[in-house]
Ligand binder design. Structure first.
Ligand code: NDP
Length: 333
């Protein structure tokens, strides 16, 4: 089976020559393990950080080794109790066609509840990030005005809709194309949205939120965070979830220049890692599955076909070529 290796650490934007698709043997599963044929794997912004050789909350990818990440596939051989051939499982060995994994790292998923790819997105890691980041980290409450950046992406599109479903007074989103902005207001029920490439974020946000904002869900950092600090009402709360605007930066990026406003407005800026919120998982799945089946919650996925497109999919994600969750789908023959 083929698998993607990191062969050089990217400087700035990743390049095709930093990666290689290589052939690897497919082994029978060891004791207590299963062999999975991957059907979908996830490409995520946090993987850019793992390409650098720095200590972080996830270890760096190793050179000349397969990269990993979320994946869903079909069990084709099992040497473990409780998981049978034909079962579908979610596991952590993406970026490859075949994965041999310990049974305790494979979670069974049900294709009759949702399409299998949804377990990588709306019902998976990015969905839980939105849910936990809004309701737990930002302490969202009914009547809050909410601003979310990266609003047409996997996390952001869920944040905005969940805020509406729970009684936000106003939901504002920003995204990188007019088409995405249209999706937010016309299909996802955002009250206002703007294209951050069309003018200063600070001015566009002030116009979209004339009465200020109470919650900011930050997926982007930089100019967006500075604008949110300007628009915050007193006791505003920001979930600092991601700063994708700087993941490929080779120079230190300027801090929000207006950080002193945090004092007078008594703001709370709170970082989050989704892994801390696994206790919310059952409640999250329950509530989101309900919203999905009633049609109250919408989602999109951008599926890139074929393992050989893995790098293109990752680069496309960083460039904003996705709407909703970016997923690589493998030929299911
Ligand atoms: P998305 O589906 O949102 O895809 C990334 C999007 O980022 C692109 O589609 C693009 O959309 C946008 N983008 C790229 N460059 C810029 C830029 N310079 N300025 C503004 N927007 C940009 O990805 P996810 O939903 O998976 O992740 C969203 C964020 O959440 C990321 O920052 C990620 O690191 C973070 N995250 C954090 C987690 C945690 O536990 N802390 C867990 C999961 C995600 P556009 O066309 O609008 O520019």
């Amino acid at each position: 089976g083929r698998e993607w290796h990191l062969v050089a650490r990217p400087q700035g934007w990743p390049e095709a020559s930093d990666f290689a698709l290589r052939e690897a043997p497919v082994n029978e599963p060891g004791q207590g393990r299963v062999l999975v044929r991957n059907l979908y794997f996830s490409v995520d912004p946090y993987m850019r950080g793992r390409m650098n050789d720095v200590k972080s909350y996830t270890p760096p990818f190793q050179l000349d080794r397969p990269m990993d990440g979320g994946a869903v596939g079909e069990v084709i051989a099992s040497n473990a109790d409780g998981i049978a051939v034909g079962d579908h499982v979610l596991h952590g060995k993406g970026w490859r066609e075949y994965a041999e994994v310990p049974a305790e790292h494979a979670v069974k998923v049900d294709a009759s509840i949702a399409p299998l790819s949804a377990y990588l997105g709306v019902l998976g890691m990015t969905g839980l990030t939105a849910y936990a980041g809004l309701f737990e980290v930002a302490s969202f409450k009914e009547g809050d005005a909410v601003f979310v950046s990266g609003a047409a992406g996997a996390v952001g599109s869920q944040v905005g809709q969940m805020a509406k479903l729970k009684g936000a007074s106003r939901v504002i989103g920003s995204a990188g194309s007019d088409e995405k902005v249209k999706l937010l207001t016309e299909e996802y029920g955002f009250d206002a949205a703007f294209n951050y490439k069309n003018g200063p974020v600070k001015d566009q946000l002030a116009e979209a939120a004339p009465d200020g904002i109470d919650v900011y869900f930050d997926n982007v950092g930089g100019e967006h965070l500075e604008a949110a600090i300007s628009s915050f009402n007193v006791h505003g709360r920001a979930t600092i979830c991601g700063m994708i605007a700087q993941y490929n930066s080779t120079e230190p990026t300027p801090a929000p220049r207006n950080l002193a406003l945090v004092i007078g407005k008594r703001l709370r800026l709170q970082g989050m890692l989704v892994g801390d919120h696994s206790a919310l998982q059952p409640q999250f799945v329950d509530e989101v599955a309900g919203w999905l089946s009633s049609g109250a919650l919408q989602y999109r996925e951008t599926k890139v076909e074929g393992i050989e497109k893995g790098f293109d999919a990752f680069l496309g994600l960083l460039r904003g070529e996705n709407t909703g969750k970016m997923i690589v789908s493998l030929d299911a023959d």
